[in-house]
Write a protein that binds this ligand. Structure first.
Ligand SMILES: [Zn+2]
Length: 70
């Protein structure tokens, strides 16, 4: 009975974590797929080669940023 309660709480916390984390991850991924900073949505097309975002100063994960072809 005690073990079932612990497992239930663990599963509940995991589901709560997924509910909080998934939309934020999806939003960040969507911004990077449009060539924007995942933190502040700054357009990174003019900042290729820079380590940090010129707008918010966060490190740019270039391996995950996809610059739109135009
Ligand atoms: Zn930024």
């Amino acid at each position: 009975m005690f073990i079932a309660a612990i497992i239930g709480v663990a599963i509940g916390l995991y589901c709560l974590w997924l509910l909080v984390k998934t939309p934020r991850y999806t939003a960040r991924h969507h911004r990077m797929s449009k060539g924007q900073c995942p933190n502040c949505t700054y357009d990174l097309r003019g900042s290729v080669g820079q380590a940090d975002c010129p707008e918010c100063g966060r490190a740019i994960p270039w391996e995950r940023v996809v610059l739109p072809a135009d």
